[in-house]
Design a protein around this ligand. Structure first.
Ligand SMILES: *Cc1c(COP(=O)(O)O)cnc(C)c1O
Length: 400
């Protein structure tokens, strides 16, 4: 057994985990060390897209683990080249850079955008335009591009040349653009920032303004990518094509891996020595991600995600009507944000706590939004039981 007290004794206190400690997972279920079963509607923050210990992924990982773990980027390896080929075949991309997390994928995207502008247009073209409430990771560059000032507090000086404007505000974006902008960085739906989807008009304007000013359009798909939206990548649901996409979270379904996707024309400026990471593209992570994407990219798999998405949206709207708990239900694919009505104002954390007591793992997006990101292959009857437990947690919160 391990305990929260042991965590407090030896870990840096930047997290505040629940007292329950998970011991194993199976499909949509987590089992704690106390033998409790939880239905997982959080997916490890939109990571475990195929549930826990999917047999195909366990097999890919153990087979690769017997063969080769690491060689560094002094050599390449088959899982990495195969995974890059699938990512290119399934998206706009022609070139891929592998790393180990979402923040690193975004760091690579931002560095690439600056370097491309520097090579092609000159050093003065270095402005990055991003959005209020955006989230792009926790490195110093990515918290600076992120639009939540609390994540920068006390870590300065931060990198400069970054402008934030309100999300979904075409006029504000238009007003800040000039020829010194090298990149616009957008989440297709702001996940951490309260589950706020981009409008089609907004992403179309971003594409148009980027083109008009020779800037690159970066889509941060760390959370929206790899099937979450009901499409392999969220941009494919929005009818525009970005220049750079970052991917992580569900890409490895729990094995840490990140990727930056771009075109050959843009990628060419990252010549040998300009950027790198020791473990990026290691065979273990790439073998797992390859197995995962080969399941998720299947048209009938993605169609089922979209069908379950419609069903679950209706269930959540009905739950909101029964309980009076929600003022809005927003979603993209199997990814939901239930904004709390004034009776439960800022009590998302309490609902999550009551959920745990009821046997369901929920997620929040800020204090006032309950977020759900279940495994994409969760059977509908398990989703239904998870939602019943969520409703019980809401009732408990309203009563206490
Ligand atoms: C989670 C997340 C990140 C950061 O990913 P890490 O793997 O935690 O570094 C970046 N962007 C978005 C949109 C995310 O949701």
């Amino acid at each position: 057994m391990s305990t929260r007290a042991q965590f407090d004794q030896h870990m840096v206190p930047n997290y505040a985990p629940f007292a329950q400690v998970p011991e194993r997972g199976e499909g949509p279920y987590i089992y704690t060390e106390d033998g409790e079963q939880l239905i997982d509607l959080a997916g490890g923050i939109a990571v475990s897209a195929l549930g826990h210990c999917h047999p195909v992924l366990v097999n890919a990982l153990t087979e690769q683990a017997q063969k080769l773990w690491h060689v560094s980027n002094l050599m390449t390896n088959k899982p990495a080249t195969d995974l890059a080929a699938v990512l290119c075949a399934e998206t706009f991309a022609e070139r891929v850079f592998f790393c180990n997390s979402g923040a690193e994928a975004n760091e690579a995207a931002l560095k690439l955008a600056r370097r491309y502008a520097y090579e092609v247009y000159g050093a003065q073209k270095n402005r990055i335009v991003a959005f209020d409430n955006g989230f792009h990771g926790r490195t110093l560059f990515t918290v600076s591009v992120g639009g939540q000032p609390k994540y920068q507090e006390g870590f300065g000086p931060c990198p400069g040349g970054i402008t934030h404007v309100p999300y979904n505000d075409v006029a504000a974006l238009d007003a800040t653009m000039d020829d010194n902008v090298c990149a616009i960085m957008i989440e297709p739906l702001q996940g951490e920032g309260g589950m706020m989807p981009a409008t089609a008009e907004f992403v179309a304007a971003a594409r148009r303004l980027a083109d008009q000013h020779n800037a690159l359009l970066i889509f941060d798909e760390v959370q929206s990518g790899v099937g979450r939206s009901g499409y392999l990548y969220g941009y494919q649901a929005l009818g525009i094509t970005p220049d750079i996409v970052s991917s992580a979270k569900a890409l490895g379904c729990g094995f840490p891996i990140g990727a930056m996707l771009t075109t050959a024309e843009i990628a060419r400026v990252l010549t040998p020595g300009t950027h790198g990471t020791t473990s990026g593209g290691n065979p273990l992570g790439c073998a797992v991600a390859l197995a995962a994407i080969n399941l998720i990219r299947q048209p009938d798999f993605l169609q089922t995600v979209r069908d379950n998405s419609d069903w679950m949206r209706d269930e959540l709207i009905a739950m909101g009507a029964r309980t009076g708990a929600f003022s809005d239900v927003r979603h993209m694919g199997l990814w939901f944000g239930c904004e709390l009505s004034p009776v439960l104002k800022d009590r998302a954390g309490d609902i999550m706590k009551h959920g745990l007591a009821q046997g369901v793992m929920l997620l929040v997006a800020g204090a006032n939004v309950v977020r759900l990101a279940p495994a994409l292959n969760t059977p509908r009857d398990v989703l239904a039981r998870g939602l019943e437990k969520m409703e019980a947690a809401i009732t408990d919160t309203l009563g206490g």
